[in-house]
Ligand binder design. Structure first.
Ligand code: UD1
Length: 444
């Protein structure tokens, strides 16, 4: 059990280099299952818990993996079409192995996926796509089985532009007979990165990054070399870190075009943001203005930046309105921010944020980006913030505390049972009140 301890109020200064994108590398790792010949080599793989989980999923299917500066994935001999329940349940993105396995092996059996608890996250659009390609789907005791000796290309209209469904169907369609057209497809940069990887493997995909993707099926795919795109959400989180602490920093290696709405909203709030050749320069300000934000599919404002902006908006002079349209339960950070003094009210999918004085408190990361928002709030708060449930944060940020420390933050990770060394009770025992004390307290 670990906690992050933050002594807030220190402005951050410095340069950071952004890592490869979590949401790009996960589907790309799944797509490597399609390579019957050669090996796939990946550069800029971020060493995250989610990447380790995907690695375990692939190992369970027979993929051989070498880690390093360049990851090597050898999928030539697959040994299984069934991934263990414990792994699929841990991370929703592990469901992305379904499309490649179905296309290459003609058969796949997976349990229903898990992931961050940010509302009901169905997979109906993934399954609708596989069925349209000719797969027979069966449900059995929490498992989904799909089968089809040879997928047949077709036209698929997604009811919502789901990122995962677009990726899963695009991967499956690469080995289908004839052409597949995905309409109302998601347009996220991670989809374009996956299409580039697949095209490097010999696939014929056009239109990725628009709402209509055309995939001409090929008979087989081979390994390729690919560099994962930079993580726009990691970059956006550090941009908010500089803004919320009234600091100044440079985020190297980020593609500014992937962050257009984030940059626009920061500028609207009064933060100085300059897009330069090598990255993005951010200068915070004491005088933040309130803004209204609505999350939308790309190129709209990313839902994965909503929580971080909520933390920042508590410092703006006035009332801001945040509307979450992608996920139905993505305000779990609100009660935690309120514990830190944030003045936030929610009404359904809308949150109203007023200027607040943030004060350190003991809080829990309820999901990945909620955890990031609490770190940001802790950096800006007076006093000490202790954040628990760090496994959520480790899913998506590479050594976040050492990066923040290098920028001047007072932050450290402590083990729950670590002795304090000063005679005070062990961490984790602070909630334990011996019975006699309770009795005395009650008698007073
Ligand atoms: C991906 C990202 C996640 C991001 C999200 C939205 C990865 C690994 N994760 O998640 O960080 O927050 O995109 O930008 O890339 N939906 C359905 N039926 C489906 C599929 C989705 O109703 O079959 C709904 C979901 O419940 C959700 C919305 O569509 O409300 C968006 O989900 P989707 O775009 O699929 O997100 P993910 O791919 O899970």
């Amino acid at each position: 059990m670990e906690r992050l301890i933050i002594h807030g109020g220190k402005p951050l200064y410095g340069t950071i280099r952004v890592h490869g994108a979590k949401n790009a590398v996960l589907p790309i790792m799944a797509a490597s299952l399609l390579a019957e010949e050669g090996v796939s080599m990946l550069d800029e793989v971020p060493y995250l818990q989610d990447v380790k989980t995907m690695k375990e999923v692939l190992l369970s299917l027979g993929v051989k993996i070498e880690e390093g500066d360049r990851w090597v994935l050898d999928s030539r001999e697959l040994t299984s079409v069934e991934a263990p329940y414990e792994l699929i349940g841990q991370m929703r993105a592990s469901f992305l192995v379904m499309g490649p396995l179905l296309a290459r092996m003609g058969k796949v059996k997976l349990s229903f996926p898990g992931g961050c608890a940010i509302g009901n996250r169905p997979i109906d659009q993934h399954l609708k796509g596989f069925e349209a390609l000719g797969a027979k789907i069966r449900y059995e005791q929490g498992y989904i089985e799909a089968e089809c000796p040879k997928l047949i290309g077709t036209s698929i209209y997604l009811d919502i532009p789901s990122v995962g469904a677009t990726e899963n169907i695009m991967m499956a369609a690469c080995l289908a007979r004839g052409e597949t057209v995905i309409e109302n497809a998601a347009e996220e940069p991670e989809i374009t990165d996956l299409a580039n990887f697949l095209n490097g493997m010999g696939a014929k995909i056009r239109g990725a990054g628009t709402d209509t993707i055309r995939i001409e099926g090929v008979s087989h795919l081979h390994g390729t070399v690919h560099t994962v795109i930079p993580d726009r959400i990691e970059a956006g989180t550090y941009m908010v870190a500089f803004a919320i602490t009234e600091g100044e920093g440079f985020i190297e290696g980020v593609i500014a075009a992937h962050l257009t709405p984030v940059i626009a909203k920061l500028r609207e709030m009064g933060v100085y943001v300059s897009e330069e050749e090598r990255g993005i320069h951010v200068v915070g300000t004491q005088k933040l203005k309130p803004v209204d934000i609505k999350t939308l599919p790309y190129p709209g404002f990313p839902t994965d930046m909503q929580a971080q902006f909520m933390a920042l908006l508590t410092k703006a002079a006035g009332t801001s309105v945040l509307t979450e349209t992608i996920f139905e339960n993505r305000f779990m950070h609100v009660p935690e921010l309120v514990r830190m003094g944030a003045k936030i009210r929610t009404d359904g999918r809308t949150a109203i944020v007023e200027k607040s004085e943030l004060v350190g408190a003991m809080v829990q990361a309820t999901d990945l980006r909620a955890g990031a928002a609490l770190i940001l709030a802790g950096l800006a708060a007076t006093g000490t913030t202790e954040i628990g449930q760090l496994h959520h944060i480790d899913r998506g940020y590479v050594s976040i505390e050492s990066t923040l420390k290098s920028l001047g933050a007072e932050i450290e990770r402590k083990s729950w049972s670590e002795p304090e060394g000063d005679g005070s009770p062990q961490r984790g025992h602070h909630l334990f009140i011996p019975a006699p004390s309770i009795a005395r307290a009650t008698l007073k």
